[in-house]
Design a protein around this ligand. Sequence first.
Ligand SMILES: [Ca+2]
Length: 247
Amino acid sequence: MASAPLGVTATAGDTQATVSWSPPASDGGAEISQYTVTGSPGGATASTTATTTIITGLTNGTSYTFTVRATNAEGPSGPSAPSNAVTPFAPPPDFTIPGTLSLDGVSSSTAFALIGPIVTLSPRGGGSSTVVAAASDGSFATLNVLEGTYTITASSEGFLAAERQSVVVSGSNVIMPGVSLRGGEVTGDSTVSIRDISAIAASFGSSPSNRLDGEGRPVDVNGDGAVDIKDISTAASNFGASGPTVW
Ligand SMILES: [Ca+2]
């Protein structure tokens, strides 16, 4: 008779658990043909020739342990030591928060992708933020957002951020309205002012290999590879605006 399998570990999933183990120290002189896993409580079983399997049909919120027996021509071994205890759980509900961004003065999808606006969801009252990048057409979607109230911010270097409070309710999606971020805020003080226009003007006529000036400011506001009158015009059209703006 084989000895019992060793090192049984379990990982919880949604109404299931993945159980893994090592072969027994001794196969008792006959090849092991099968392993049988038994869950407790409830006695759910699964058989396999591998050293891992998934036990299904478990109850979320209930703590389970698992034992494994090895079977050869002489019959089943005794049960292994129990696995660690695991509690299957329902996955967090999936919410999507789709929307579309555009950027003031940016016309091509290539430039848009270069500038790379992002959307940040920050739970009100604290907790970790979720950051998603917008696609080159400005669309974005977030997944696996839990119920709660969020500050949702669209931002991109060289632009005023836009911000909105949104309440995510179980079973429903939030669809964000489209928003165009105002361009020309290159000095990082959340106001489009003469400082921004001066910073752009100081690099006027240059073709930066990247979009930034010597101080790291994104003076190529529209991402077309040149610092020219278009960038100054964008800043001038937003002169006096401050942010974050309302999304
Ligand atoms: Ca430009």
